[in-house]
Design a protein around this ligand. Structure first.
Ligand SMILES: Nc1nc2c(ncn2[C@@H]2O[C@H](COP(=O)(O)OP(=O)(O)OP(=O)(O)O)[C@@H](O)[C@H]2O)c(=O)[nH]1
Length: 814
């Protein structure tokens, strides 16, 4: 059995009307009222001072309100409003002990504590006990009359008041049975109700509309304690399960959830103190709003500190989290469920609105984590797509097919992972991130495609370059009538091969026919461009080529052996042939002939540069003729195909001739020298004349051993000179070193010989005229050789200094 020891009480409102908000908070916590939801009841007691209210409550609910000490006389003990929890009554029942009324009518002062506390009790209580002495029933001046009047008056100030149970507790009942007392009491109550001024809306409203009136009578606690306690125990039974349907509590329309009781009571008292009308429905909404908001804030704060959420948030910063959506959804749902559980008894409209706000706040809080998750999924999927795409391409899969397959499978993977990351509660739209991924994949595919196409075309271009550049150079080097047809054939063959190769390589790209055609045409153009560029490059070296060709033909015989000018060669013919070949090269190099167009470049060049008659005519200034090379373009050849213009040809030819002229001159000189060498013996008549006329000198020489020695030395000298000439092959260049060599080798010997001879002959020979004639002969040989050389070089018949050489007249022989 419950006892008053289990009870705790608190002064809710003190005698000055101050609300003890901290006291009530700790009281509610202590009695765990906030956990009760709507399952609680509030009972108040009001009545005259010292009418045994506290005594009744303590006996009825096992509370421990302070009671007056009977031996100290009757004086006020309860100040303000006290609150305690009834012990042993289900559901949780809170009882309020109000300060007793003083038994006097205090006029219409609405600010009086008596009225305020009565209104407060009516606003928050389900059952209001009105304590009254039995002897006051039916009395005109009864002490409870002003109290009832007050109750009914303040009740009118409640908008939509709840239907409260008014239980009249008759104390110190007499022998008069309750059955007789009750009608009298009800009549009194009705009279008071009727006398209370009512607003228009409630003029005709019966008392029963607002109150359930109950009447109980108790024996005197002081005189018949046993009976009193027995009756109280019976009464106590009625307070058990008072809120059940048909129970003692009223309709409980205005009941606020237990967690909002403290705030609600505080606000009601505040309104009452401000002497304002109390709109209970509005108050209920207000309490619901405040409490729901408080609960929502608590849940939000709790969520931010939730360990699971903190771990999840941290994990998603560094990478994707498997089962992200489910995990987050579960944490969110837990918070919302807690909110629902706590806010469930508050006004539904308010509760839902606040729940929505809480949900929005929570989703707003977690959305960045979700976006991070999507970001990871997007970047991860893109990276994996890149790898898979590269692998597929390396595996030989067609480009477009690989791109399509990889895109499909990785977009499906992304969708799957997005579903995993989806927070059911939020059901956020991830289409923007999906679109971004699509765009990223498309961009990557496009860039790889461009790179692959470039790689392909570059490889075919490189192949073409390799296949064309070298052969074209070789063809142009050996320029002849077949050069351009051969180049054309080569170009066609290589182009067809490259185009077909590229075409089949492009099949995997599933290209638009137009684009493919464009690429193939571009490759064809490239091939042609290679040939043209090579031709232009070679045209830039045409002079060297011409000189090479000239040199090859001029300096080599038909067996490609270096030519030795013996004097029997026809230098004119050889020169002409070599120059014709060079001119041929010039004509071949003058224009690109990859099309079937015919031109007359060769004829023009031949007639303008080689043809003897034409040249003679041009040389003859008196005859005015049209120069076919005085033009910057060829007839029938478009400028784009021109490699060397007519004017350039003319200039090149002039330069070519000037630069090859020296070779011809050298050849002629060599030929002259060769001829001279072959005809060194004087004519027979000269020999006969020499013998006849020089017989005496000859004999003198033979008779004198000194002369003979001088002659011998002279012979040796001449012989050495001759040998030297033959070795050098060039008279002008070889004579000086020959002489030096001779003088170095033979002069000491000669001098030694002469010294010995002089010694032997004791110097008669130094004054001998024959000796002088021998020296003269030596000198004359030297001069003769010299003059012979001079005349040989002067008599070549070729003017080396001139650029224009007339090859129509043969070089003059000496
Ligand atoms: N005659 C009579 N006296 C009673 C009864 N119950 C209590 N008393 C006495 O009345 C006196 C006042 O009792 P309380 O319970 O303090 O009365 P109260 O109404 O709470 O007093 P306040 O809080 O000061 O208004 C005490 O001396 C009680 O012994 C009763 O049933 N009959």
């Amino acid at each position: 059995m419950a006892t008053s020891d289990e009870c705790c009480s608190v002064q809710l409102i003190d005698g000055d009307g101050s609300f003890n908000d901290t006291g009530i908070e700790s009281f509610i916590k202590e009695v765990k009222l906030h956990e009760c939801g709507l399952s609680y009841a509030v009972v108040s007691i009001m009545g005259p001072q010292s009418s045994g209210k506290s005594t009744l409550l303590n006996n009825l609910f096992y509370t421990n309100f302070r009671e007056m000490d009977a031996f100290k006389g009757r004086s006020q003990t309860t100040k303000g409003i006290w609150m305690a929890k009834c012990a042993g009554i289900e559901p949780c029942t809170i009882v309020m002990d109000l300060e007793g009324t003083d038994g006097r009518e205090r006029g219409e002062d609405d600010t009086a504590f008596e009225k305020q506390s009565a209104l407060f009790a009516l606003a928050v209580s389900d059952i209001v006990l009105i304590n009254m002495w039995c002897h006051d029933i039916g009395r005109e001046q009864a002490a409870n009359k002003p109290l009832l009047k007050t109750v009914f008056q303040v009740m009118m100030r409640l908008f939509s008041p709840r239907k409260t149970t008014l239980m009249f507790v008759i104390r110190d009942k007499t022998r008069t049975p309750l059955e007789n007392l009750e009608p009298v009491l009800r009549e009194d109550i009705q009279k008071i109700w009727d006398s209370v001024p009512k607003p228009q809306a409630h003029k005709e409203t019966p008392l029963s509309e607002f109150f359930n009136v109950e009447v109980v009578a108790l024996s005197s606690y002081e005189e018949k304690e046993e009976q009193f306690k027995e009756q109280v125990a019976n009464l106590r039974q009625r307070f058990n399960h008072s809120i059940a349907p048909g129970g003692l509590a009223g309709d409980r329309r205005g009941v606020v959830p237990a967690s909002g009781f403290s705030f609600s009571a505080q606000q009601i008292w505040k309104v009452i103190k401000e002497n304002k009308d109390l709109d209970l429905p509005a108050h209920k909404v207000m309490v619901a709003t405040v409490r729901c908001e408080e609960i929502a804030n608590e849940k939000f704060t709790g969520f931010t500190a939730n360990e699971n959420w903190c771990l999840l948030e941290e994990a998603v910063q560094s990478g994707p989290v498997a089962g992200f959506g489910k995990k987050l959804n579960s944490i969110l749902c837990t918070s919302l469920s807690e909110y629902d559980a706590e806010a469930t008894y508050f006004d539904e409209g308010v509760r839902s609105a606040k729940r929505k706000q809480l949900e929005e706040k929570l989703l707003q809080l977690v959305q960045p984590a979700y976006l991070s998750m999507l970001g990871h999924l997007r970047s991860g999927t893109l990276e994996k797509f890149k790898e898979a795409f590269e692998e597929a391409l390396n595996g030989g899969e067609g480009f477009s097919l690989a791109a399509r397959n990889c895109t499909q499978s990785y977009m499906a993977l992304f969708d799957e992972r997005c579903t995993d990351a989806n927070v059911e509660l939020a059901n956020w739209d991830c289409s923007k991130v999906r679109d971004k991924l699509c765009r990223d994949i498309d961009t990557h595919v496009a860039s790889v495609r461009a790179a692959k196409l470039l790689e392909l075309t570059s490889s075919y271009e490189a192949k073409l370059n390799e296949a064309l550049a070298g052969p074209v150079e070789a063809f142009l080097d050996g320029a002849n009538n077949e050069t351009w047809p051969s180049i054309k054939k080569l170009l066609q063959r290589e182009t067809v091969s490259a185009v077909s190769g590229l075409s089949s390589a492009l099949s995997g790209f599933e290209m638009d026919a137009k684009d493919k055609e464009k690429m193939l045409t571009s490759l064809q153009d490239y091939a042609r461009g290679v040939v043209e560029a090579k031709a232009r490059e070679e045209a830039g070296r045409v002079l060297i080529r011409m000189k090479d060709r000239f040199s090859t033909l001029f300096s080599h015989d038909s067996d490609s052996m270096p030519r030795v000018w013996t004097g029997k060669e026809d230098i004119r013919a050889i020169t002409k042939t070599a120059r014709s070949a060079s001119l041929k090269l010039l004509s071949v190099m003058a224009a690109i002939r990859l099309d079937d167009d015919v031109d007359n470049i060769e004829n023009t060049l031949t007639s303008a540069l080689v043809d003897t008659k034409s040249n003679a005519a041009v040389a003859d200034k008196s005859i005015t003729t049209f120069d076919p090379l005085a033009s910057s373009s060829w007839e029938q050849v478009p400028p784009a195909k021109t490699l060397i213009t007519p004017v350039q040809c003319k200039s090149l030819w002039r330069q070519f001739r000037a630069e090859t002229e020296y070779s011809v001159t050298q050849a002629i000189s060599a030929q002259e020298a060769s001829r001279r060498n072959n005809n060194w013996m004087p004519p027979p008549w000269a020999i006969v004349a020499l013998v006849v006329l020089g017989f005496n000198e000859f004999m003198t020489l033979l008779r004198n051993p000194l002369y003979l020695g001088v002659l011998f030395v002279g012979y040796l000298t001449v012989k050495a000179l001759w040998v030297q000439l033959n070795i050098s092959g060039e008279f002008q260049h070889g004579v000086l070193p020959g002489l030096l060599s001779i003088s170095t080798k033979f002069l000491p010997t000669v001098m030694n010989l002469l010294t010995k001879l002089a010694e032997q002959g004791q110097s008669p020979a130094t004054n001998n005229p024959q000796t002088n004639s021998g020296a003269t002969a030596f000198k004359s040989f030297q001069n003769g050789s010299s003059s012979s050389n001079t005349s040989s070089s002067a008599s070549s018949g070729v003017t080396a200094s001139g650029n224009d050489i007339d090859y129509s007249s043969p070089p003059k022989e000496d």
